[in-house]
Design a protein around this ligand. Structure first.
Ligand SMILES: N[C@@H](CCC(=O)N[C@@H](CS)C(=O)NCC(=O)O)C(=O)O
Length: 224
């Protein structure tokens, strides 16, 4: 008998296929929290290969989380998900309407999501570890975090930067940046040499919409 597909569920339900520590999922959870959208979670343990389960793979051909079921649709790709939610839901606007601001917010978000995000993905890290060993994995990861966050620090050297990456309210750029900075910090990167990165990361953590999704367990300690 065929397994029931958990993705074929109630059309009114908002359901996030999620792995708690995955930065791409954290982006979406932070964005949903900022927008005030309620949802349920279907956990996908990417470490244990659950993403390869036939029921999940059918609806996520790349086998990646996050996937969001909303309005009877199955949305993939964190940035596209957040754009859809911002455009279809009221509340706080996380992508500015004004074209110059909109372009900068998207640029900041994409600079992490499309450049360093894929290079720090679990499947890439596992491949590096398999070929070159665990030390190479760590070295690779720290290089990616250090390079991407140094570049991001330079991008933040701009009058449009405020309390957050763009202006004084959180935007899509912060939804992407904060999980990335958090992952770098969790792996042991000292963020103090990057003053704007460090300041905005701390500012984000002061908001429950961010903190709830980044503080992930008893071992979590406040970054210095
Ligand atoms: N570009 C995609 C990336 C999604 C992605 O890389 N997801 C990771 C978790 S952060 C994943 O599912 N990795 C599984 C694996 O590498 O095996 C997005 O923004 O949604």
């Amino acid at each position: 008998m065929a397994e029931p597909n958990p993705l074929e569920s109630n059309a009114d339900q908002v359901l996030l296929y999620d792995y708690p520590r995955a930065p791409s999922c954290q982006r979406v959870r932070i964005g949903l929290a900022l927008k005030g959208v309620d949802y349920e979670i279907e956990p996908i343990d990417i470490r244990m290969g659950a993403r390869n389960a036939a029921t999940f793979r059918v609806n996520s051909p790349q086998g990646f989380v996050p996937v969001l079921r909303i309005d009877g649709l199955l949305l993939r790709q964190s940035l596209a998900i957040l754009e859809y939610v911002d455009e279809t839901r009221g509340g706080r606007q996380i992508i500015p309407v004004e074209p110059v601001a909109r372009s900068r917010v998207r640029r900041l978000a994409q600079s992490i999501a499309t450049a360093s995000g894929p290079l720090t993905n679990l499947c890439v890290l596992r491949d590096i570890q398999k070929r070159f060993g665990p030390d190479a994995r760590r070295t690779w990861l720290m290089e990616q975090y250090s390079t991407s966050l140094s570049q991001f620090e330079a991008s933040l050297h701009d009058p449009a930067t405020g309390d957050f990456c763009h202006g004084d309210e959180p935007t899509l750029a912060d939804c992407v940046f904060a999980p990335h900075a958090n992952a770098a910090w969790r792996w042991g990167m000292d963020l103090r040499g990057l003053p704007r990165v460090s300041r905005i990361f701390h500012r984000c953590l002061r908001m429950p919409e961010f903190a709830k999704h980044l503080r992930d367990g008893p071992e979590w300690q406040e970054p210095i």
